[in-house]
Design a protein around this ligand. Structure first.
Ligand code: G6P
Length: 620
């Protein structure tokens, strides 16, 4: 979704802002813009379009023998439209009436219409349809009204924010005193990269990493005054805050394609390494135990859990559905899984021995975050399986486990899904060993988990065979995905992946539900992807496949390597190695990810930037 970059220091700001915006492109956006003390540009479309318009202007300036540009501060933005269409005028930055105060904003100002009306009554007129422009006017009106009293920009910002309802991450500056940037945060992430005599502010660390790995995370309800020589953080009620500097443990290469055509393919291919990283130092093969330092402090509460509720969105939700089966089987704890946008609005009828576990790659998804806050209000223990270190959900949950999967750039989540399932499997063994899972069972599971990177690597060596199948079916208009037991959620995730990046309509169903509706759609032009590894529900999957074949529906099956029985009966197969039934989603999802990727590519789409989608959904 929307992204913010701001810079103050001694270097030329424009290239830093543009590179920062490029690093944020993966989040999904439809227009971009930037402002420094002497220049302001906005463009619909991608950052390259913005860069081109800047380059054209720079060469004009050179022809006109203007002085070399020396702006050393500025703010910039990628916009994902919420209020108003993606047009140049709606793109950020936005200015107040006198075009002195400029702002970039992530989030939603809920009472913007009310504020707009009162500003209009005071003579303001607005250029755009956005809620963000209203905030720019509001800040400027506080700033200019009191300038005689030497009102600072920070004071004006906090006074304006006191009138606002909604969510925001903002960077604001006075074009006449550009080196001081005021930033504030409520519900929309912001971090400040600390360099030598400079600060790079962004909504996401990937925009900062090429300059510094030292980061200060702003908390909700805080604002900061940032100038090249100083960083001061306060609460919105003006209490001075001390800040700590965190160190990011990944590098610039992690957010680069490294020779792959797309981030999505790179991230699928990283599967084995991601599984190794998520398990590193956590598995004790000799005793069948899992060590999860992030949960240790709450071990007693976890031992006495009566219920676990997993909340998540999108792909993370399907990982949660796999986690439910794992935790119920191995730890005997009843688990509910709920889409976070539903959980947060209903009455929560849980006892004090319930814990709520958020599963989230970004750690910033608005609905997941608010679900955790609701759970906290009810006095429930909150836990997180989070990939992004230092993210809001990581910081607000009582305890949790980091994925350590590294940054995920492709909008369609792939490596994070694998890692989420692996971490949930480790949590299941961890809880299970506290609650009666035998050493023998524990050992068998962790031994298989340790094998998993090699098994995934083996599937990846057959990616060309999967490409061939995908290319063959790329012209389909509809597809059904079916799976059962551990692989029912995998079917749903496989269908989601295909929808996201190939815009091919796909539905995922638990195979047993097929006869209750979807079978009506089966015909020769409607292929089904059936996930049917050799497991306890194999025979039932074979029956479901037969029912589809009887209606002349083409079937592609994900099967255990060497399964000649099914291979002879279906139109195409994608093979996975044998593994423990409970862990099979870690393998069966890999061909589905590759299948979706190759279908998307064959249909000619930019799979890393699917239309209308955002990597991290930070608004409700
Ligand atoms: C968006 C992304 C999905 C992701 C979901 C949840 O929809 O496009 O790939 O699964 O958000 O994101 P989270 O960061 O909470 O895992």
């Amino acid at each position: 979704m929307c992204g913010i970059v701001a810079y103050t220091g001694s270097r030329s700001a424009v290239p830093i802002l543009l590179d920062g915006l490029t690093a944020l492109e993966y989040r999904g956006y439809d227009s971009a813009g930037l402002v420094t003390s002497t220049r302001m540009y906005k463009e619909v479309g991608n950052v390259a379009a913005l860069r081109a318009c800047l380059d054209a202007d720079t060469s004009l300036r050179k022809k006109g023998k203007e002085k070399k540009e020396q702006d050393t501060a500025g703010i910039a933005h990628t916009r994902w439209a919420t209020h108003g269409e993606p047009t140049k005028v709606n793109a950020h930055p936005h200015a107040g009436r006198d075009e002195r105060v400029w702002l970039v904003h992530n989030g939603i100002i809920e009472n913007y219409l009310e504020l707009k009306q009162s500003l209009e009554a005071a003579g303001h007129s607005f250029r755009s349809d956005t809620d963000s422009e209203v905030l720019a006017h509001l800040i400027e009106s506080h700033y200019t009204k009191k300038r005689a009293e030497k009102h600072t920009l920070a004071q004006a910002v906090t006074e304006a924010l006191a009138q606002v309802r909604g969510t925001y991450g903002i960077a604001v500056f006075d074009r006449k005193q550009p080196s001081e940037i005021v930033v504030a945060r409520m519900g929309s992430p912001l971090l400040i990269g600390v360099g030598a005599g400079e600060y790079v502010i962004a909504s996401d660390a990937s925009a900062v990493i090429r300059h510094t790995r030292d980061i200060v995370y702003l908390n909700d309800g805080e604002y900061a005054i940032v100038s090249p020589s100083n960083l001061a953080i306060y609460s919105l009620s003006h209490e001075k805050k001390t800040h700590t500097i965190d160190h990011i443990d990944w590098a610039l290469e992690d957010v680069q394609k490294q020779g792959y055509e797309h981030f999505m393919l790179k991230e699928i291919m990283e599967g084995p390494e991601v599984l190794r990283a998520s398990a590193r130092g956590r598995i004790k093969a000799s005793s069948g135990d899992v060590v999860l330092g992030g949960l240790a402090e709450h071990a007693d509460a976890l031992r006495g859990l009566s219920r676990l509720v997993i909340v998540a969105c999108g792909t993370a939700y399907y990982a949660g559905c796999v986690g439910k089966r794992l935790i119920e089987e191995l730890a005997g704890i009843p688990v509910e899984v709920e889409v976070a946008s539903e959980f947060r609005h209903r009455r929560l009828l849980y006892d004090r021995n319930t814990a709520v576990l958020a599963v989230t790659q970004s750690g910033e998804t608005a609905d997941t975050l608010w679900s955790i806050r609701e759970a906290k209000k009810q006095g429930l223990l909150t836990l997180g399986v989070v990939n992004t270190v230092g993210s809001t959900i990581a910081r607000e949950t009582d305890a949790g486990v980091y994925n350590h999967a590294g940054p995920e750039i492709g909008v369609a989540s792939t490596k994070a899904f694998l890692s989420q399932i692996e971490v949930l499997a480790m949590i299941a063994v961890y809880l299970g060993r506290m609650r009666g899972l035998s050493e023998r069972e524990g050992k068998a599971l962790v031994a298989e988990l340790l094998q998993m990177p090699d098994l995934v690597a083996e599937i990846l060596t057959h990616k060309d065979a999967i490409k061939e199948v995908a290319t063959h079916y790329a012209d389909a208009t509809n597809m059904l995905y079916i799976g059962r037991h551990m692989n029912a959620p995998v079917a749903l995730e496989g269908a989601l992946k295909l929808k996201e990046i190939s815009y091919l309509h796909a539905e995922g169903y638990p195979a047993g539900e097929m006869k209750h509706g979807p079978i009506a759609m089966i015909e020769p032009s409607f292929p089904t992807l059936a996930i049917a590894p050799r497991d306890s529900v194999y025979d039932k999957m074979v029956s479901a496949i037969e029912e589809i074949r009887a209606r002349k529906g083409p079937v592609i099956a994900v099967v255990t390597r060497g399964d000649t029985e099914l291979a002879g009966r279906v139109d195409a197969i994608m093979e996975v190695p044998e593994t423990h039934e409970l862990l099979s989603p870690l393998l069966t999802v890999v061909p589905l990810q590759l299948f979706a990727y190759y279908v998307g590519v064959a249909r000619g789409y930019n799979v890393d930037r699917p239309r209308n989608l955002a990597k991290s959904v930070t608004v409700e």
